[in-house]
Design a protein. Sequence first.
Length: 152
Amino acid sequence: MWKIRVILYSALLVLVTIIGSGCTESKNGEMNGVGTLAVKNMTDVIGTDFSDVVAIHVQFGDGHEMEVTDSKIIDGITEKIAQIDVQETISKGVGYLYYLDIQEGSNTYRLDSNLTFNQIHYEATDDKDQQLNDYIISLGKEQFPDLFAGKQ
């Protein structure tokens, strides 16, 4: 009887240790070694430094579309993306303000305002994503004064 108790207590101890250690894992299986997801820069997530971007197509959530080909504006957008550090997370967003199709050479990278890339959701570690969102929306409102009309 005591052998069964020892086995049960040992199994319980192992289970509590596993649960208590915070063993969370991203879809990519990357952790920082202490049970929390690693912080990455968006350029690492997307896999480019944006050095050869020729155009960015913006599709706003209300249906408006905009094609950006001006190199200064492209640089403004890509620099803001490159400033964002993220951690993988579970999606908390419903819908999107916009998504970007970033054309670089023969590659097109899609990123939305909720920081979803390749169907993996990311969360910014600071407010740099909001700065990107504000910039994209301001560019859209320059071209479409009625962008998101009635919504603030």
